[in-house]
Design a protein around this ligand. Structure first.
Ligand SMILES: Cc1cc2nc3c(=O)[nH]c(=O)nc-3n(C[C@H](O)[C@H](O)[C@H](O)COP(=O)(O)OP(=O)(O)OC[C@H]3O[C@@H](n4cnc5c(N)ncnc54)[C@H](O)[C@@H]3O)c2cc1C
Length: 430
């Protein structure tokens, strides 16, 4: 991709760039920010350490929130995705298997189907992140791939400067605002929010690609198996095109540490020994190595911004603590960050109080309740009996059933949770 930027080059010194916004990282969070900044006509520099297409360890499941943001960015993009059946698997529901092996199949509501498209999809991140990355090209975006950040510094006037290397060139870019979209180990977060870094709640996940897993739902439901030995974590089986499945396991890091659990062994044991799962893998072939990565989850509200900076996606630690959804939240936070930046640049205000009001408060107003519900369900999954009870209840209560699907398909859960009638209906099994 071309760097469409006016550069001032001096031989020994860094090449100096000035822009309105610096984004570090071009995953879903950085791409979401860049796409909406471009829509607002705001110049920005994107610095990415990898070269696209690049892989990201993930379950590869994209929810209704992802589709919502894509549609808002460009109404034709979901169509482009769903047309490509070679790479993208449309998803029509979710299967929960409770600790007592009770199976709950919840099809996504037909109301969530827009223009005949499924509410969600599953695709390897190698494909999806590259799809997003290709959409960044614009006269407003200067993109530097394979770029290594050397330092992030605040200038005396409050602006932020990032020095980075690309090939044999050194650059120094300065802007009034920086967006940390640099994932779980965010350098931007460490620079500006170091005192909060340790508060992130972690889950650790392993991902494996298999060919030939049988017994998948005909409408490509994603499967979450809450096996008693894994609580409060789960094993997932997500269908991909071409007979491939993404199989993985996620567990809270404090439990792994405390009980000295070998996650890889737990996963392979479940696949080999669990009577409800093992027969489905009898002819399956592991395609690649099993790889792991951390999931920074949002159990409580935490700061997402401060003077001259905003954090998005995993850098902000906003993965849904029950569903494990991070892609949709990354894209959504990127979009809201771009809206907040637009206001900031218009008013010339870059201070923490202003940005918090425009970004953090809006984010938590829109999906804070959803995250709170997920945190409650996550805590509940520590207690198998209670968890069995909720799944049992979901069999009988259409309202609870809808709540669970809303977590995967909608962004309107907040409205439901505000109504007292919602809780009454669950109690009355309605
Ligand atoms: C095992 C596992 C399973 C998961 N399953 C799902 C799932 O099924 N569905 C779902 O929605 N979510 C899932 N998640 C969560 C999801 O993967 C993340 O929430 C999502 O990738 C966050 O997007 P992001 O853009 O914030 O970060 P990332 O996708 O990590 O992107 C960050 C980008 O920043 C770049 N970068 C990092 N540091 C620097 C630097 N210093 N300089 C320049 N660039 C840098 C990286 O190269 C990368 O391209 C899963 C996570 C794990 C670990």
């Amino acid at each position: 991709m071309e760097n469409n930027y006016a550069e001032t080059k001096t031989s020994a010194k860094p090449i100096l760039l000035n822009t309105q916004v610096i984004i570090i990282g071009a995953g879903p969070a950085g791409a979401g920010t860049s796409i909406f900044l471009t829509k607002a006509g705001i110049s920005h520099v994107v610095i990415e350490k990898e070269n696209f297409p690049r892989d990201k360890i993930c379950g590869d499941a994209c929810s209704g929130k992802t589709v919502f943001v894509l549609r808002k960015a460009n109404s034709l993009w979901p169509e482009e995705i769903f047309k490509n059946t070679y790479d993208y698997m449309p998803c029509h529901g979710v299967t929960f298997v409770s600790p007592n092996a009770k199976v709950l199949n919840i099809p996504f509501s037909p109301a969530k189907i827009v223009e005949g498209q499924a509410p969600g999809f599953i695709t390897p991140r190698l494909i999806f992140d590259n799809f997003l990355f290709q959409k960044l090209a614009s006269p407003y975006a200067s993109i530097y791939q394979k770029a290594m950040v050397k330092s992030i510094e605040r200038q005396v006037d409050g602006k932020v400067s990032v020095t980075f290397l690309q090939g044999d060139k050194t650059y120094q870019v300065t802007a009034p605002l920086i967006v940390g979209a640099d994932g779980d180990k965010s350098q931007v977060r460490k620079t500006f929010l170091s005192s909060h870094t340790s508060q992130k709640t972690y889950c650790v996940g392993l991902r494996a690609y298999y060919h030939g897993v049988t017994g998948l739902h005909e409408n490509h439901f994603i499967e979450l198996h809450f096996l008693p030995e894994l609580l409060p974590g789960y094993l997932w089986i997500f269908p991909l095109p071409n007979g491939i499945t993404n199989v993985g396991i996620g567990m809270m890091s404090d439990k792994i540490r405390k009980k000295k659990i070998n996650l890889r062994e737990e996963m392979l044991n479940a696949i080999k020994e669990n009577p409800n799962i093992s027969h489905r893998f009898s002819h399956a072939k592991l395609l690649d190595k099993i790889q792991g990565w951390g999931l920074p989850m949002c159990m409580n509200r935490q700061p997402l911004s401060g003077n001259n900076f905003l954090l998005t996606g995993d850098a902000a630690g906003i993965i849904d603590p029950f569903t494990g959804e991070g892609i949709g939240n990354a894209l959504y936070s990127g979009m809201l960050a771009a809206f907040a930046i637009e206001d900031s640049l218009k008013s010339g205000k870059y201070d923490a109080t202003y940005i918090k009001e425009k970004y953090d408060d809006v984010f938590f107003k829109q999906i804070g309740n959803e995250l709170k519900t997920s945190a409650t369900l996550q805590r509940l999954s520590h207690y198998p009996r209670l968890f069995n009870f909720v799944v049992e209840k979901a069999h009988k209560s259409k309202t609870l059933n809808n709540t669970i699907t809303s977590m995967f398909t909608g962004i309107d859960l907040r409205r439901q949770l505000r109504k007292p009638s919602f809780y009454a209906k669950i109690l009355l099994n309605r």
